[in-house]
Design a protein around this ligand. Structure first.
Ligand code: PEP
Ligand code: MG
Length: 564
């Protein structure tokens, strides 16, 4: 057996599992445009055979997967059999190209055509890329890129995953996810959390781990143990059994040990997750990321198209608060219809509210669609603007929202300037919601997507907490609600600290609700405030976490005593 070794990264959640590794293959390089050495007849034969076997393999996958995946894969198989495409491939081979190059060019051409059509057709462009890669892989005799699909359960190792890859992961097969790139607030991490996948991101060197190595993935410790000993495996298996046997805190409203109410809300990216969120006890929605609905769109969505999505979402939360964020385009979530210009530093560019303001009609259409949806449903709709950095922007957004007939308009505090001037911002906004993912990125000057600086992306950092405290204080003084909807709210102990800093509600991936709900019940408001003081006094994130952990350990706390 190989020697045991370790990889360190940032854990998402607290899951623990073990299994064999499979690495995500690198995308194939573009085939060179060199003249064929085999001649057109042989190239055509190869191309035809590769297209046919690709179609057959995709169909087989579909049959094995069943359900909606079967329909999706059937449609992909048809792409590989499309006569227009094969005619184009043949024509290109006749000009002297290799089969690989002809396939690559013909698919790319078709892809551009689909993209030009917009809407549903443009969304198929990614599927077409996948088929193209599969055919080229067949021709080269190399494994097909994309999430591996073996007959057994495995731990997926990847550099990073596209949101589409993460969204389509077969959770019966992928038992854990380890990426070498990406920070804890990258959208891969967010989707992993949403799907309750045991995950570790930013684990440098992960892609050097050979396929089929056995690994233990311990998200709480941010540790991957490669080639563990029998004893280590037995201990982990026992721990997994013990966790499965634990009785969860009953689903109910979030509250501290002394009864202080802390509403627990859901972060959602589409209305599809609403039913599950309600089942897991979400008391409403604290962040609906509208840009996730339109990541593949090339044209701005119409009012009608948006209204359908929003009505579906609001209808799932009658009588409950639903906070919808206006499109947050740019940096890690570019929308082609809002972020046209290439920017050197997109995270510092025309993103969030700045991009919406530069395309005001898109903002007005979205607010109109929301107002229409709210009129048709019973939910209490709140709207907020992303990436607000000035008082003037706050006034702009709240005015435009009110002009659209929306009653409650707030801002996200994701930029240090907004936190520092929270008293002025909250004088105009009805509420603030702190986006700790971006707030940490901007406070520590560390790109949230970059594995090499992932260690800086830690919301336990006292500089971030001090900013949160500024907003909490302003909210208390002005009597305005202050939520947190960044990933910090999903860290159970940090959630308690945030409440101690004056945060009045917490919003997170539904999968995190149970852990946070249970942790809140362990401490009183006085204790939460004490933890906040302890964390603020630390010099760094690790020190803050360790100090609060020590103060929160059972030997140091007795909530009952403090309540009575
Ligand atoms: C955040 O920045 O904390 C946030 C909630 O927004 P997003 O992660 O979508 O940028
Ligand atoms: Mg953000």
């Amino acid at each position: 057996m190989a020697d045991t070794s370790e990889l360190h990264g940032v854990g998402i959640g607290r899951g623990l599992t073990f299994g064999p590794v499979l690495r995500m293959p690198e995308p194939l390089p573009e085939p060179l445009d060199i003249p064929s050495a085999l001649g057109p007849d042989v190239e055509k034969e190869h191309a035809t055979a590769a297209l046919a076997s690709t179609a057959a393999l995709i169909r087989l996958r579909g049959e094995r997967a069943g359900g909606t995946a079967k329909d999706v894969l059937e449609a992909q198989a048809f792409m590989a059999e499309d006569p227009t495409l094969s005619d184009d491939i043949v024509a290109r081979i006749d000009t002297g190209k290799t089969a690989e190059r002809a396939v690559f060019e013909a698919f790319a051409n078709f892809r551009d055509l689909l993209l030009g059509m917009g809407g549903y057709m443009s969304e198929r462009a990614t599927d077409l890329d996948d088929v193209s890669q599969r055919v080229v892989a067949q021709l080269r005799g190399v494994p097909v890129p994309g999430v591996p699909d073996p007959d057994y359960r495995f731990v997926l190792f990847a550099r990073d995953l596209a949101p589409a890859d993460t969204a389509l992961l077969d959770l019966d097969k992928v038992i854990a996810l380890v990426t070498s790139d990406g920070g804890p607030t990258s959208h891969t991490a967010i989707l992993a959390r949403e799907k309750s996948i045991v995950a570790i991101v930013g684990a440098a060197g992960a892609m050097d781990t050979p396929d089929d190595s056995v690994v233990i993935v311990d998200a709480a410790a941010g540790l991957v143990t490669v080639a563990p000993s029998e004893e280590q495996l037995e201990a982990v298996a026992a721990e997994i059994d013990q966790r499965a046997a634990q009785v969860p805190v009953p689903v109910g409203p979030g509250a501290l040990a002394d009864g202080t109410s802390v509403p627990l809300l859901a972060n959602l990216g589409s209305a599809e997750g609403a039913a599950e969120a309600v089942e897991l006890g979400a008391e409403g929605v604290g962040l609906f990321r509208t840009e996730f609905l339109f990541l593949d769109s090339t044209k701005a969505p119409t009012v009608e198209e948006q209204q359908k999505h929003y009505t579906k979402l609001l209808a799932a939360f009658p009588g409950k608060k639903v906070v919808v964020r206006a499109l947050d385009a740019g940096a890690d979530k570019p929308l082609s219809f809002l972020n046209a210009a290439a920017e050197e530093n997109p995270a510092l560019g025309l993103r969030g509210l700045r991009a919406l303001r530069a395309n005001e009609q898109i903002l007005r259409d979205q607010l109109q669609a929301l107002a229409n949806a709210a009129a048709d449903t019973e939910a209490e709709l709140w709207v907020m603007a992303p990436m607000v950095s000035t008082v003037e922007e706050t006034r702009y957004f709240t005015r435009v929202a009110r002009e659209a007939g929306l009653q409650t308009a707030g801002v996200m505090v994701e930029v240090p300037s907004s936190a520092l001037l929270a008293d002025r911002i909250l004088a105009d906004a009805d509420f603030a919601s702190i986006g700790t993912n971006d707030l940490t990125q901007y406070t520590l000057a560390a790109d949230r997507l970059l594995g090499s600086v992932a260690a800086f992306q830690d919301p336990w950092h006292p500089a971030v907490l001090r900013l949160v405290g500024e907003v909490g204080r302003a909210g208390r003084t002005l009597g305005k609600p202050v939520g947190v909807c960044g990933e910090a709210a999903a860290d159970p102990l940090l959630a308690v600290v945030l409440v101690g800093l004056g945060v009045t509600s917490l919003s997170m991936s539904p999968a995190a609700l149970a852990g946070v709900r249970a942790e809140l019940t362990r401490y009183t408001l006085a204790q939460a405030q004490e933890f906040a003081v302890i964390a603020l006094a630390a010099n760094g994130a690790n020190e803050a976490r360790a100090a609060v952990l020590a103060a929160a350990s059972p030997s140091n706390t007795n909530p009952k005593e403090k309540v009575e």
